[in-house]
Design a binder for this molecule. Structure first.
Ligand code: GLY
Length: 436
């Protein structure tokens, strides 16, 4: 079977790696990913130019295309590929609105009585925002309605001082038509511990993967700017140390109800559904959905997948999804990023990655926003590569990942505290406080 992976980053490298042994692998990527280029025949090109991707897929007689990032999904890459007879792991443009249109997502929860939502309102003018926030006695989160590459969300108590600053920022979002909508969505700020569940979806059924937790802050001790994610971990048993089986099952039920609702309101959703939840006093509540694998969370679960990913892809497109099995291990992923990240002052510099030693230690390298050049591996200014290890405990996986990080040289850093016992304990203690 011929499978095409669309996308350039570490998430796509992890997808490609999970597919490579069981199919003829192709890739379409905007930069030459040093890992994907070694295992797939590829074309370099903008993944957002959906007609060109479809042209390449037709030329190579691709059977299934696996879409990594959200932006091409928002542009209707699946509609374009399907028009050309190519089956896809990824939702159509209308089903992808679960990520690309946050007002669609929240309304779905309302219309279908799905549990786990929160107080929210969508606005298109500042007068209504002021009226709403003047009387609102909770901190809020301000979100552009459409896609902003993870950079548009601002939280009171984090990026914004108070709800007054939230009013100002909301106006900015509307005036600048951020994310493609002259609208803003304001939600109550939830207090709890965040977690992610990713699920394979065949339009009707879903098959959930082990839960993972992301570390979004740039610096150790959960300090600094919120980034795309500086690392993540998952635990033995598929749960996280601060959650119960009931919490996990409730979150999966919310995702299943969402899947059913999307099929009725839009089109059957085939691909990966990423649920980001806040575990609150009363149980899990939905922060947002993504219409794709998480980055870094894909790197936690895919290396543990025992069922061949190719078989799962076939079942997704055929609508016959069955059990997906994972090794019962913990995993830790640490992202190596350029010094100064999330600023881009080291873009263009070369780094050295001793892949052989990293693999000898039992860890894996997944390349992200770097490119393979004649001089070596070149930084782009964004996250460079993920180092992932698994083990019989989070502690064991963390030790391997941390040691492996020493074999990446250059102007780079990583959060040494990702997956450490101290930080995991902080999450457990926080959750205990909330539940008391
Ligand atoms: N880890 C956050 C995301 O993938 O959007």
């Amino acid at each position: 079977m011929k499978v095409l992976v669309v996308g350039t980053g570490a998430r796509e490298h992890a997808i490609a790696n999970a597919l490579k042994d069981d199919c003829e692998l192709y890739a379409y990527m905007s930069k030459i990913n040093p890992g994907i280029s070694k295992i797939a025949e590829f074309k370099q090109g903008d993944e957002g130019e959906v007609e060109k991707v479809a042209e390449y897929a037709v030329e190579k007689e691709i059977d299934i295309a696996f879409i990594g990032p959200e932006a091409p999904l928002g542009k209707g890459i699946v509609n374009e590929l399907e028009k050309n007879g190519i089956k896809c792991v990824g939702p159509t443009q209308s089903a992808a609105r679960i990520e690309t249109d946050k007002s669609f997502m929240r309304k779905l929860f309302e219309d279908y009585n799905i549990k786990g939502s929160l107080i929210y309102k969508v606005f298109d003018n500042s007068k209504d925002i002021e009226e709403f926030l003047t009387d609102f006695d909770k901190d809020v989160v301000v979100k552009p309605v459409g896609l902003t590459g993870g950079k548009g969300v601002k939280i009171v108590g984090d990026h914004l001082k108070d709800n007054k600053e939230a009013i100002e920022y909301s106006k900015e979002v509307i005036d600048n038509v951020m994310g493609g909508f002259a609208q803003v969505i304001i939600e109550e700020r939830l207090i709890g511990e965040e977690f992610t569940i990713q699920a394979f979806c065949d339009g009707e059924h879903l098959e959930p993967m082990p839960a993972a937790q992301d570390y979004p802050h740039a610096f150790e001790g959960d300090k600094g700017a919120i980034t795309g994610g500086m690392g993540s971990y998952s635990d033995v048993g598929g749960l996280l140390p601060f959650m119960t089986q009931e919490d996990y099952d409730q979150a999966v039920e919310i995702m299943q109800e969402t899947l059913t609702a999307i099929a009725k309101e839009a089109e059957p959703y085939k691909g990966i559904l990423y649920g980001q939840f806040m575990l609150c006093e009363e149980g899990p509540r939905l922060i947002e959905y993504n219409a794709r694998f998480g980055d870094p969370e894909a790197m936690n679960v895919l290396p543990l997948l025992k069922t061949p990913l190719v078989d799962i892809c076939q079942a997704i497109v055929d609508g016959t999804l069955d059990k997906a099995e994972f090794e019962d291990k913990a995993s830790v992923c640490k992202y190596i990023v350029p010094d100064g990240y999330p600023e881009t002052k080291y873009a263009g510099e070369i780094i050295e990655v001793d892949e052989e030693t990293i693999e000898d230690l039992g860890a894996k390298v997944f390349y992200a926003a770097v490119s393979a050049e004649e001089e070596g591996i070149k930084l782009s200014g964004s996250r460079a590569l993920g180092i992932v290890a698994s083990g019989d405990s989070i502690e064991e996986a963390e030790k391997i990942a941390e040691e492996a990080c020493q074999y990446v040289k250059g102007n780079v850093y990583h959060r040494r505290d990702v997956g450490t016992t101290a930080l995991v304990q902080k999450r457990i203690d926080h959750m205990k406080e909330i539940k008391n």
